[in-house]
Ligand binder design. Sequence first.
Ligand SMILES: [Zn+2]
Length: 386
Amino acid sequence: MTSAPDDLTAAPGADPGWPRLHPTTQSAYNRILWNGGLSKSEVAKKLGLSRTRMTAIARDLEAAGLIVEGGREQRASTGRPADMLLARTDLFHFLGVHVRADELVVAGIDLANTVVWERRQPVGELDTSVIGAHCRKWLVEAKADGLRVAALAVCGSTERIDGAAEGMGLHAVVPEVVRLEWEELFGVPVWVEDDVVALTAFEQWPRLAEGQDSMALISLGRDIGFGLVADRKIILGAHRRAGRFSHVRVASDGARCPLGHRGCLWAESSVTSIVQDVTGARSLADVLARAQAGEQAARERLARAARGIGAAAGHVLNLLDPDKVILTGDSPSILDSRDGDFEEGLRGVYLAPEPPIVEVTVFDFLEWARAAAGLALYRRLAEYDR
Ligand SMILES: [Zn+2]
């Protein structure tokens, strides 16, 4: 353990107020925040720190205004009071913007991941300067409303933005050079990231205190996105292309996808493919209604999709062994009353004897913006975590 003094000077330039912490100090702060308060000895134990070192870290965090001594709390385990350290959660805020073809939605959260600010803005077209102008306007408005914004994340599908034409991914609309310009212009760190990655951060963040170190999130829609967390970090990949798993083979005799694969997940389970395969259907809602009404072709098509999702989940479980798998997007409606088909697909692939933890969750459009804000928070705190 080094005893180098912690550098609590503000990061240069773009980041007003957010202190740059020594990695160990940042780790200590993150654990206090995630757990809603911890005693000094608990933090020291979690990070393997000496009492002297922990005392210095607590003093530095207090001096930076990031934590307060929470008084004495009776501990049932020992019967003795312990000094609690509490994070100040109202100190900084994080903005997340979710980009859709016809609307921008922004949410502001505090350090406790609580939404304190929201706006929605219909937009006529997907245009870089329009998105930039709104981000700038919202940063000004948020500040006027008393928020101290420490980072901004702009999220949308990097494959194809909701409601946009083929090939219109987020990076086509906000390329790296624009992101760098915005950082300069806005004076805060700006992240431009796939919305499935954001949703993964949003889901993982509150679970850190429970000891959830890993998870996989599968978002099913027109396309299929994968978000992965291992060892408490979101896996982005060496070239930021991790999670491209939608063309894994899930059926030996399935349909062909536009890339020529037979029986890949996209061909079996994407909403695009499901709708195409049911004659006369124009949307997933059509297919679901027809299945509900007893139409055999629609029922069989949805059963196949459910088996495909099960097989894909099985592959991810074998590969990563995560604490859990979360299925979202259109998964809830596709899997509704098709548990057996999902299980069948899963069992054909998954190799461990114990049943895995699989959750099915619905997110509304505001939650995607909250997720983007969650990503900004997660990134900011994870950046210097040792
Ligand atoms: Zn394919």
